[in-house]
Design a protein around this ligand. Structure first.
Ligand code: SF4
Length: 510
């Protein structure tokens, strides 16, 4: 009998993207195989949901409605719903969509194969939601998205109580993974060919709170950064309150920690930060930016901002614009506030009228773009090391551009020389995803850089890496019908699959 096939559909933040890698790994381990790229015809469809977006539930039931008709024509097909919305809505899901076979929560992703099997044998929907984490997700099998770049969860949950955020209610209090387990996972990834890791947590720099070491995150950065063969370390998302000088020192003094920081601002107004229950203030945020820049002058700083939080006045909004001008963000994920049921902010008086929110949002987006573009233009003429990615950029017909990420995480589209020269001689082979090229930036746009130096004989150097070898092996295994153990594709840094709710692990807005 052929193995049953599965498709995992992911909504929301990186934490969900990472959980989906675990879900796929668990299903692989249980003998299922991944359905073709479009997932059509999958025997098992898993929806890994997000509760952060407005109307997330309407969208879920819309998707389930569509799957009902698919299931009606495919006997034996199973549908499972997991993630934050499942944690929140539980039995409600099978009440409204009785054709769903399994509902599981954020704390028990490891139960999926058992629940699917039980639903099949008992011919009855299985709903299993637990209130506390059973097994740290990273100790479960995983089907990684990329052979060269990987997420590594260091903590889950959050002890903060930001009034707009549903995460604490759904993901629970912070659970920290032991440093030794994290290092062991990073070492295993590197042995597999990975050269870039992103440490992931809802509030990544609070790491250590569970075992009482407030300097644990800085120490972890240093020890992960020292893993032999690892070239790039990133993390997301830190909370400004917990950002201590030892972390800045660890970033600046560890060559493999990249000069990049994604630090959610949310608002520039002290009054609104207080109403959001974010315990830092504008001055503290800007001080941090200054200290990071003093230690790492080339750091690209990015952020998340919410516009139109309840009670936000024009003056409050001006304070946010002020921080954008001062902090010189390389980019910002900007969100119009909308009510999230179950959060304290949804009950607040003084909700800002939608037309005011829209107008402010546009002004903010324009300013963010202007600042980001200025910052990017300052890089024209500089050299950048680009980790070549798979499927992140468009190839340009004329220049045959490829794409990747600079050390500061900026997206770079770069030209590659022709593989045969005009007189028919063989030119350099193009880089593989996972290789690193050094090129010169020739043009800047607000959201990316163009580096066409290779097109006119300028700087163009390829460094073939172990990660490129791993990519080649994985591609060959896939082409030969073997199991590469990884799914080829971009590791979604900054751009989670499907709908990004937030760039943060701290899934705050959307
Ligand atoms: S916004 Fe981030 S820090 Fe605040 S409660 Fe949510 S996850 Fe925690």
């Amino acid at each position: 009998m052929n193995a049953r096939t599965y498709q995992v559909r992911t909504y929301g933040c990186q934490m969900n993207v990472h959980d989906s890698e675990r879900l796929a790994g668990l299903l692989d381990d249980a003998g299922y195989t991944k359905a073709g790229d479009d997932g059509s015809g999958a025997d098992v469809v898993v929806l890994n949901t997000c509760a952060v977006r407005e109307n997330a539930d309407n969208k879920l039931y819309g998707n389930l409605g569509h799957l009902a008709s698919v299931k009606a024509s495919r006997p034996g097909m199973q549908i499972a719903v997991g993630g934050c919305l499942a944690q929140k809505d539980r039995d409600e899901i099978v009440r409204r969509a009785p054709w769903v076979d399994v509902v599981f929560g954020t704390h028990n992703v490891g139960s999926l194969p058992v629940l699917l099997e039980r639903a099949r044998v008992e011919q009855e929907a299985q709903v299993e939601i637990v209130e506390a984490l059973e097994v740290f997700p990273s100790s479960l099998p995983s089907r990684r998205e990329s052979p060269y770049s990987a997420w590594v969860a260091i903590s889950v949950g959050c002890n903060n109580t930001c009034t707009f955020c549903i995460v604490p209610a759904l993901r629970g209090r912070e659970k920290d993974r032991r440093p030794g387990d994290i290092l062991a996972e990073v070492e295993a990834l590197v042995a597999d060919g990975v050269i870039e890791v992103t440490l992931l947590g809802q509030n990544v720099n609070a790491y250590g709170v569970e075992f009482g070491d407030r300097y644990a995150f800085g120490k972890l950065l240093r020890s992960v950064g020292a893993v032999e063969g690892l070239e790039r370390v990133r993390f997301t998302s830190p909370h400004p309150r917990d950002f201590t000088d030892d972390v800045i020192a660890a970033m600046a003094e560890t060559p493999t920690v990249m000069p990049q920081l994604h630090m959610p601002l949310q608002s520039g107004s002290d009054r609104i930060l207080k109403a959001m229950r974010r315990s830092y203030r504008q001055r503290r945020y800007l001080d941090l930016v200054e200290r990071v820049r003093a230690a790492m002058p080339d750091a690209a700083i990015t952020t998340d901002i919410i516009v139109g939080f309840p009670g936000e006045t024009d003056e409050d909004f001006e304070q946010t614009l002020h921080v954008v001008r001062e902090a010189r963000f390389a980019s910002a994920f900007t969100f119009q506030y909308s009510k999230r049921p179950g959060t304290p902010a949804a009950e607040m008086a003084d909700q800002v009228p939608p037309e005011v929110v829209r107008e402010r949002y546009q002004r903010l987006a324009d300013l963010v773009e202007e600042v980001a573009w200025d910052e990017a233009r300052a890089l024209v003429g500089s050299e950048v090391d680009v980790l070549v990615s798979d499927g992140e950029g468009r190839k340009d017909e004329r220049t045959q551009r490829l794409s990747g990420r600079a050390r500061d995480n900026r997206l770079v589209h770069f030209a590659v020389p022709a593989t045969t020269t005009e007189d028919g001689a063989e030119g350099p082979q193009p880089p593989r995803p996972g290789d690193v090229v050094t090129v010169e930036v020739t043009r800047a746009a607000p959201h990316y850089l163009v580096a066409d130096s290779a097109a006119d004989g300028g700087r163009y150097e390829i460094r073939r890496t172990r990660a490129g070898d791993a990519y080649e092996r994985a591609t060959a295994a896939d082409a030969g019908g073997g199991s590469s153990g990884v799914l080829l594709g971009m590791p979604s840094i900054g751009v989670p699959q499907e709908e990004a709710a937030s760039v943060s692990g701290c899934a705050v807005s959307g």
